[in-house]
Design a protein around this ligand. Structure first.
Ligand code: AMP
Length: 143
């Protein structure tokens, strides 16, 4: 066990569907605390750096469009093993296969299959850092 910080970003669909509070409660109920939180009007440059490994993919223009629908809410969460615990609470990246009881399983309704078919980015409510190295880079980038 070790105290960590991780970057969570509430994407436009979480805000539009008014589930930010319920999602945040799930983190807080697990003992994770909000250290900082702010809205961010994400620029093309920020997205290019944040989603560097996705630049050039067919869905990348759709991903930019999705993330720029409205300002997103960036949140710096901290707690024991925050990086892996937040990812576990979120569930699979694809809401269609995320287990019931996970955030994406309970609040998500999109699927990679539908998104690929429509040529857009999948709507999955929340981004969270995948590794401690990624968390460090993303916190630096967003805060
Ligand atoms: P995340 O790091 O969880 O924010 O995930 C990256 C984002 O890229 C996902 O939330 C999707 O919106 C998008 N994405 C990644 N792979 C695909 C794909 N194969 N088809 C559509 N969208 C994708």
């Amino acid at each position: 066990m070790c105290a960590q910080q991780t970057l969570v970003a509430f994407k436009p669909d979480a805000i539009e569907n008014a589930v930010v509070g319920q999602i945040l409660s799930r983190f807080e109920n697990e003992g994770l605390q909000v250290h900082e939180m702010k809205t961010v009007d994400v620029s093309d440059e920020l997205l290019e750096r944040h989603y560097n490994e996705h630049v050039g993919e067919s869905y990348y223009p759709g991903l930019v469009e999705y993330m720029q629908e409205r300002p997103v809410i960036a949140c710096l969460l901290e707690g024991e093993d925050a990086v892996s615990r937040v990812r576990e609470l979120l569930g699979d990246t694809d809401p269609a296969v995320a287990e019931p009881g996970t955030i994406r399983g309970d609040f998500g309704s999109d699927s990679f299959t539908e998104a690929d078919r429509d040529g857009r980015a999948v709507r999955n409510l929340v981004h969270a850092s995948a590794t401690t190295d990624e968390a460090e880079k993303e916190i630096e980038l967003w805060f």
